[in-house]
Design a protein around this ligand. Structure first.
Ligand code: MOS
Length: 749
């Protein structure tokens, strides 16, 4: 029985004030102003080969430099390569920093300078000289497509493409209307505001207190313990805030291992904050080449779907994503062939980036659907409705809930889609061409096992703890709402603690699963606490015969629904039983039985307007509507913010973001925010977010599907389709840079 109206109402972020006043400590803020060693890495200048010799003498001579670590003098770590495999590592051997003389990618850390000041460390890092033995490298995906392979081992949590169905080639040959084209998406680099950083405090007795930029403190704790052979009790990881993760913080990165290594070797506290340019050689969204072929009847019903993808990965790990399955998830067909392959390149391993795989695959699929609609002379939205999937044909399961039709309807109405001219180049405003495009988004709704604890104190205040992270998504706020509503306390009397490895166990915060999972665990802990409160009250002869269902928790008290006069303040129950506090542990995880029978996804309908200046090739996104069906919305304010964040990234993916390699050097060249473009405020219009009511008790106990990733999924194809509608030019490669929009840089169809 719900007592209050806190869940589902717009609430300010409980950590908002701390963040804007600077009171919220990020990794680099810890131990600020204290005498702590500062570290700076040296990155490889070549993409592949060996280090023949390193000269660190000039670096060591810089006043304040304490040590320069290389593969030749590094301390010992675990013998087992598998010790580097963190909680979410893909199949393969993770990079071991300073392990040996091998160079696996440009920018790979090959030395670490540790000094009394940051300036000394940075200066000395420039004085390390290296003699390399270079080997021929491959960084150009386009030249290596012939080496594509199906990864032999499936990455945990990643669904490989299903077996082919029917006969796609025959169906394509027989189809009255077909469309086939290649599409590509460039590699993108995570550029969270907060750089990757690790602060390692060596405490008395040798225990380590680690502040690491990570989306799950327990992942860092477990991996550090495995690599350095440390007991869990000796390693505490505390990261209360992240300045954005977006997947780049799912795995502990080399700066963490280097900082811990230096701290242990020197027995001193060490801080390592990666400079922005080093961020560009840490992780990325993989570059992906795709082919899509669609066959349809004259009334638009799909008879054949082919979607093949080839993505780049490193030579040492098979980073796989779900790229092609979305096409068949959204659209059924009797003949389907989906494939996803990898190509090994001499680059660092890719890693997850907001909705890994989905906006890549959906860009191709939803662009192809738009092109098919054009050939059919049909409204693109009508084509989606004709092919709406009532069940999930990829897994052959029913949907737990799917209000995509309602999302199309609401989004189209808000945008004013009706009356859109079918032909391109039909709308003009001054010197600009105007275009309207739409696309569908989808993301899997998941739950992971989370534990939670709630403690009620004698003042009637509750403290909630979970080891998960708030990666900027609003986790502190929604967990506060959930506990406040469950216990009948005002939000101001609930404190949520996150990001500490001493708190109840949780996995990394990712995959949009945290609200559903951590939320349900907190709700469970609160239910157990209430049961215990009732038991204590009845011991004192109060509320005899009452069950939890008979009780209302409100205003810091519990009372029979039927009689407000029975109210007892929660603090009094503790007082009467002679306790200072009361603690309850909760847990929540996926419902395996339900997962066998049902598939669960969040969906979105995205509508975009662009204005294109044809003389300049400049594209501006001037309007966007996203109608999102994602189950229960815990907090419309933070939820809207999540969808907007994803949509802005979708604009960046569509128009700006591209990690550019010099393939002669095998090196990423635009490794700074001046040359690697992301949307600025002027690139972002007002984004209209609508939430479609969706009741879903099967996905998670709270009915929540998650929102961290759905906002990006349909945005890039909606923008690409709008650019076609404005100009008549189909750009099949992201980002749609000026030269591509002008048709000056085309790739073969
Ligand atoms: Mo997300 S890309 O799982 O942080």
């Amino acid at each position: 029985m719900q007592n209050q109206r806190i869940i589902g109402t717009p609430q300010d972020r409980v950590d908002g004030r701390a963040k804007v006043t600077g009171a919220a400590p990020y990794v680099a803020d810890f131990a600020a102003g204290q005498p702590i060693l500062q570290a700076h890495p040296v990155g490889s200048a070549i993409a592949r080969g060996r280090i023949l010799a390193m000269d660190t003498s000039r670096a060591l001579a810089v006043p304040g430099v304490v040590e320069v670590f290389t593969h030749e003098n590094r301390p010992r770590t675990s013998w087992f390569g598998s010790s580097w495999q963190d909680e979410v590592a893909p199949p393969g051997q993770p990079l071991r920093p300073l392990h040996d003389a091998r160079i696996l990618h440009s920018g790979q850390p090959i030395a670490l300078v540790v000094a009394e000041t940051y300036e000394a460390a940075r200066h000395a890092a420039n004085l390390v000289t290296v003699a390399y033995e270079e080997e021929a490298h491959h960084t150009d995906l386009g030249l290596r497509l012939g080496t594509a392979y199906v990864p032999p081992k499936t990455r945990s949590g990643t669904t490989p493409p299903p077996k082919p169905k029917g006969d796609v080639e025959a169906a394509l040959a027989a189809a009255p209307v077909t469309h086939q084209a290649r599409y590509s998406v460039a590699a993108e680099v995570h550029n969270a505001m907060e750089p990757h950083a690790t602060t390692v405090i060596v405490e008395e007795g040798g225990a380590l207190l680690i502040h690491d930029k990570i989306q799950g403190v327990m992942n860092t704790q477990a991996t550090v313990c495995a690599i350095f052979g440390l007991a869990k009790e000796k390693v505490r990881v505390v990261t209360p805030y992240l300045g954005g993760g977006f997947g780049s913080g799912l795995r502990p990165h080399h700066q963490c291992f280097l900082a811990v290594m230096a701290a242990l070797a020197l027995n001193r506290s060490v801080k390592l904050v990666l400079p922005r340019d080093h961020q560009f050689f840490l992780a990325h969204r993989p570059q992906t080449e795709m082919l899509v072929a669609l066959g349809a009847t004259r009334d638009g019903k799909l008879t054949a779907i082919r979607h093949d993808a080839i993505a780049g990965t490193s030579t040492y790990e098979d980073h796989q994503e779900v790229v092609v399955n979305w096409t068949n998830l959204l659209y059924p067909a009797p003949n389907v062939s989906l494939s996803h392959k990898l190509v090994k390149l001499d680059i660092e391993s890719p890693t997850d980036m907001r909705a890994p795989g989905a906006p890549i695959g959906l860009f191709a699929a939803e662009s192809a659907m738009d092109e098919l609609a054009e050939k059919l002379g049909m409204c693109p939205l009508q084509l989606r409705l004709v092919n709406h999937a009532d069940t999930d044909e990829v897994s052959n399961k029913r949907h737990t809930s799917k209000e995509l039709r309602a999302a199309y309807r609401m989004g189209a109405e808000r945008f004013g889609w009706q009356g859109r001219p079918l032909a391109p180049r039909a709308m003009k405003d001054g010197h600009e061409l105007v275009g309207w495009g739409m696309a569908t988004g989808a993301w899997e709704a998941q739950m992971q096992t989370h534990h939670a604890r709630v403690m009620l104190d004698g003042e009637g205040r509750a403290t909630v703890g979970v080891a998960t992270a708030d990666i900027g998504t609003g986790t502190y706020t929604i967990l506060t709402q959930i506990a406040a509503e469950a216990l009948g306390l005002p939000m101001a009397r609930v404190t949520v603690l996150l990001g500490d490895s001493l708190l109840p166990k949780a996995p990394v915060s990712g995959g949009s699963w945290t609200a559903a999972s951590a939320g349900a665990a907190v709700d469970d802990a609160c239910a157990r606490l209430k049961a215990e409160l009732l038991r204590l009250a009845q011991k004192k002869g109060r509320l005899l015969g009452a069950t939890l269902e008979d009780l209302r928790f409100a205003d810091g008290a519990m009372a029979r629904w039927s009689d407000a006069g029975t109210a007892i303040p929660l603090a009094d129950i503790l007082g009467e039983s002679g306790r200072d506090s009361l603690v309850a542990d909760g847990k929540a995880g996926p419902d395996m039985l339900s997962q066998l029978r049902y598939s669960s996804h969040a969906h979105s309908a995205v509508f975009a307007e662009v204005r294109v200046d044809e003389a300049l090739g400049q594209v501006r996104v001037t309007r966007m509507v996203q109608a999102v069906a994602a189950g229960r919305i815990l907090n419309p304010k933070t939820a809207r913010s999540q969808v907007i964040g994803g949509a802005v990234w979708g604009i960046g993916m569509a128009l700006h973001e591209e990690a550019q390699e010099d393939h002669v050097l095998g090196r990423r060249m635009n490794h700074n925010l001046a040359e690697y473009h992301i949307p600025a405020c002027a690139d972002v219009p007002d984004i209209d977010v609508l939430f479609v009511e969706e009741h879903d008790p099967r996905t998670s106990p709270l009915g929540v599907k998650g929102l961290g990733e759905i906002g990006i999924c349909g945005a890039p194809p909606a923008i690409a389709n709008a650019v076609w509608h404005a100009t008549g030019r189909r750009v099949r490669d992201l980002p749609m840079t000026i030269e591509r929009v002008l048709g000056l840089k085309d790739t073969p169809a």
